[in-house]
Design a protein around this ligand. Structure first.
Ligand code: NAP
Length: 244
């Protein structure tokens, strides 16, 4: 293994993921940047980036393991941004009423929002135990807060993010013993103008609908500035704590 610092952006083709990747490259956050996506590298402004490695992986353990094996030969992760997530597709919209609850939507949502991040942490563990300092931010959502749930609805999405928080809290406790250099953040980006929020933007005031580049800057800067306190933080884009 060589000793270069590596930033990893998972879900790199998504709205927030791509902006985060670009921000990491532009601001030379680390020596090397690894993008993880189910999609091929789609060009744009990052085609010619010598620091960038684009790896293909979905939510299967086999693909995640292969990607981690690749990263292992590059260096140690200094920042990890898990920007993947799922809310709706052509067949499924978030449930307004309990009658809309669908096992298919539940399974898809939980796989992307809950299972995928914890599988990444599981397979990255051999690298995390070796690092002196690694900051990890996982994209969560305020609607995953049980305290903050005043409106109801969105059963699968809410529950997938609440469960994500529990898994991250459990990991943070274990890492405080086994991977002391690791800090984990559960990050709420605010309503951000991406494909994920598109169908739900109608009633969002324009000053509350964030541009992806603004969110990427907040995500990367707050992650890098966070204190290595071995705790899980649940914070928003403004660095305000969110109740569990
Ligand atoms: N946008 C918002 O207003 C908002 C608000 C609160 C929280 N969030 C959270 O922020 C994160 C990023 O959202 P976004 O707005 O950037 O969404 P997005 O543009 O839809 O991107 C999400 C990315 O997640 C990955 N992904 C989706 N389904 C997946 C699956 N089944 N298995 C594996 N990967 C999957 C894909 O990345 P690849 O194509 O690269 O594989 C996809 O491009 C999500 O966790 C979301 O819940 C967003």
């Amino acid at each position: 293994m060589n000793n270069q610092s590596v930033s990893i952006v998972i879900g790199a083709s998504g709205g927030i993921g791509m902006a985060t990747l670009q921000y990491c490259l532009q601001h030379k956050v680390s020596d090397l940047v690894v993008a993880i996506s189910r999609e091929p590298q789609n060009g744009m402004a990052i085609d010619q980036e010598p620091a960038l490695t684009w790896l293909h992986a979905d939510a299967t353990e086999e693909k995640i393991k292969a990607a981690v094996n690749h990263i292992k030969n590059m260096g140690l992760p200094s920042e990890i941004f898990i920007c993947s997530g799922f809310l709706h597709d052509e067949k499924n919209t978030p449930e307004k009423r309990i009658e809309n609850f669908s096992p298919d939507l539940w399974a898809k949502t939980t796989e992307a929002n809950t299972l995928l991040p914890i599988l990444w942490l599981k397979h990255l563990m051999p690298l995390l135990v070796k690092t002196d300092a690694c900051k990890i931010s996982v994209l969560s959502a305020r609607v995953g807060s049980i305290d903050d749930n005043h409106l109801g609805g969105w059963y699968s999405y809410r529950a997938s993010k609440s469960a994500l928080n529990m898994l991250l809290k459990t990991a943070a406790i274990e890492f405080s013993r086994r991977a002391k250099g690791v800090k984990i953040i559960s990050f709420h980006p605010g309503t951000t103008d991406t494909g994920l929020s598109k169908p739900f933007q109608k009633n969002v005031p324009s000053d509350k609908l964030f541009d992806v580049n603004f969110v990427a800057q907040r995500l990367v800067d707050l992650t890098r500035e966070s204190k290595s306190d071995n705790m899980l933080s649940f914070i928003d884009w403004d660095n305000k704590p969110i109740k569990w």
